[in-house]
Design a protein around this ligand. Structure first.
Ligand code: BGC
Length: 416
C-alpha cells in the first residue's frame, strides 16, 4: 500500500472510531508538582485544558524546588524538542529569553487584559523585552513556620513570634521527646530556612541589601554572622535522619505529630489540606520568627516555548488563557496553598492562612517588606543563586564557622 493510501485509511478509521486526528491540539507541560497537594493542583489544569479540547501531555519531573526539572528541560531544549510550557520562575525567565527560545504570548495577554489585572511585581517578571512570555499561576509565601498545636500543647510550649520564643518552644518540644524542627537535608530546603532566618534576624531592608543586591559589606556583616549562628542553633533541633529527606515527608512529620515545626513555603499547606487538616485547629501557619512584617514572594509561572504549527500555537494560547482565568486561579491555589497571582478572584473559599497571605502581601507591598525569595529563584540569577546555595548546604553539613560562611557567601555572590 502506498503512503497516501495508508494515511487515508488511518484517517477513515480515526473518523469512524471518533479518534482525534494526529494533529489534535496538545500541550506538553513540564512541571515538578508531584507531592500530594501539588499533584491535585496540577490535575485541575489538565482538567480545564481537556474541557477545552486540548489534550495534556504530562512532563512531570519529581524533585522539590525543581532542580531535576530544570536539568530535564535543558536537555530537551538542547535537543530541539522543547515542551509547550515549563514551570520556570523569576530571573530564569530572562535567562531563557536570552536563549531566544520563548514564545510571545501577547495575544493572550491583550485579550485577557493582563496588564490591568496583575500587580506590577508579577507582570514585570512575566515579560521579556516588554512582551509576555510566561503566564503567572500564583504567589507562594515562603516565610512561614508550620506548627502542630497538639505538639505544642503536649510540650507545654506556646506559638513563637521571634527567635527567643522559637528556641524556648523548641527546647520544650525536644524535652518532651519529640522532634522540634522537621527538615529535609537538601540544598534548596537548607536555603529556604536560611532566607527566613536572614529576614527574621536582619529585617527586610537588610535582606534586600544582602540577598538581593548582594552588597559585600552586608554579606560579611555582624548581622549575617548572627544569622548563621541562628541557623547553626536551628540545626541542633533537626533529627539525625534528615539528610536527603523530601520536604513533603518533613511536612508529614508535623501533620502526624512526630515533629513540632517546619520552616517551609505555603506549598506545605497543600499537604495539610490534602490530609484533610484545618488551619487554626490541626495546624498553625505562623510568620517565620521575626518576619511578621515581611513577605518573601515566590511566583510560579509557566513560561511558553516556541512551538511549531498553527494548531500548537493556538493550544499554547489556550493554555495561557486558562492559567490566567479566575476559575483556574481559584481552584489551583485552594489546593496548592498559594494565593492567586491576579486580581478579580473571590476570597470566599480561601482559608485563614491564604487570607493572611493576601492581606500581608498587600500591606508589605506598601511598607517595603515585600521581598523576592532567594531560595526559590526569584531574587538573583541562577549562577549566583546556585553558588550561594552551595555555601549554605556546606554550612548545614559541616562545622564551618559563621565567620567563614559569610566570607564564602561574599565570594559566591560574585559567581558567573
Ligand atoms: C515551587 C512550588 C513547589 C515547591 C516544592 C517551589 O520552588 O515554587 O510550586 O511546590 O518548590 O517543589
Amino acid at each position: 500500500m502506498k503512503l497516501k493510501h495508508i494515511t487515508r485509511a488511518i484517517m477513515a478509521i480515526s473518523i469512524c472510531a471518533g479518534i482525534a486526528p494526529a494533529h489534535a491540539a496538545e500541550v506538553e507541560v513540564l512541571h515538578y508538582w508531584t507531592a500530594g497537594g501539588e499533584a491535585r493542583s496540577a490535575a485541575e489544569l489538565k482538567k480545564i485544558m481537556e474541557s477545552k479540547g486540548v489534550s495534556w501531555k504530562d512532563f512531570a519531573v519529581a524533585g522539590g524546588g525543581g532542580e531535576n526539572a530544570m536539568t530535564a528541560l535543558k536537555a530537551r531544549v538542547i535537543a530541539g524538542s522543547a515542551p509547550t510550557a515549563a514551570q520556570i520562575k523569576g530571573p530564569s525567565i530572562q535567562e531563557w529569553g536570552n536563549e531566544g527560545v520563548l514564545a510571545n504570548i501577547d495575544a493572550a495577554a491583550n485579550e485577557g487584559k493582563w496588564d490591568a489585572v496583575l500587580p506590577k511585581v508579577v507582570s514585570g517578571i512575566m515579560k521579556y523585552k516588554g512582551h509576555y512570555v510566561a503566564a503567572p499561576i500564583n504567589v507562594h509565601r515562603v516565610n512561614w513556620l508550620w506548627v502542630n498545636p497538639e505538639v505544642l500543647k503536649k510540650a507545654g510550649a506556646t506559638a513563637p513570634t521571634n527567635f527567643d520564643e522559637f528556641f524556648a518552644a523548641a527546647d520544650k518540644i525536644k524535652k518532651a521527646g519529640l522532634i522540634a524542627v522537621a527538615h529535609g537535608g537538601q540544598p534548596w530546603q537548607d536555603a529556604t530556612v536560611f532566607e527566613s532566618v536572614v529576614l527574621g534576624v536582619g529585617g527586610a531592608e537588610f535582606y534586600k541589601k544582602a540577598i538581593v543586591q548582594l552588597d559585600t559589606a552586608s554579606l560579611t556583616s555582624p548581622t549575617m554572622i548572627k544569622a548563621f549562628d541562628t541557623l547553626a542553633k536551628i540545626k541542633t533541633y533537626i533529627d539525625k535522619d534528615a539528610a536527603g529527606r523530601d520536604w513533603n515527608l518533613a511536612t508529614a512529620m508535623v501533620i502526624n505529630g512526630k515533629a513540632g515545626m517546619q520552616f517551609m513555603g505555603d506549598w506545605a499547606k497543600g499537604e495539610f489540606t490534602a490530609a484533610g487538616k484545618q488551619p487554626g485547629k490541626d495546624f498553625l501557619c505562623l510568620a517565620a520568627p521575626g518576619t511578621d512584617k515581611a513577605f518573601t514572594f515566590n511566583i510560579d509561572s509557566l513560561a511558553m516555548f516556541n512551538v511549531k504549527g498553527a494548531d500548537q500555537q493556538k493550544a499554547q494560547l489556550t493554555l495561557a488563557n486558562a492559567v490566567m482565568s479566575p476559575e483556574f486561579q481559584e481552584v489551583f491555589n485552594l489546593n496548592k496553598g498559594s494565593i492567586p497571582a491576579r486580581a478579580g478572584v473571590s476570597r470566599a473559599k480561601f482559608d485563614s492562612c491564604a487570607l493572611k497571605s493576601m492581606d500581608d502581601m498587600d500591606a508589605t507591598s506598601k511598607s517595603g517588606g515585600l521581598v523576592p525569595s532567594f531560595a526559590h529563584g526569584m531574587a538573583i540569577d541562577s549562577a549566583k543563586a546556585g553558588a550561594i546555595q552551595d555555601v549554605i548546604a556546606k554550612f548545614m553539613n559541616s562545622n564551618m564557622t559563621s565567620q567563614a560562611a559569610t566570607q564564602a557567601l561574599a565570594k559566591a555572590a560574585k559567581a558567573k
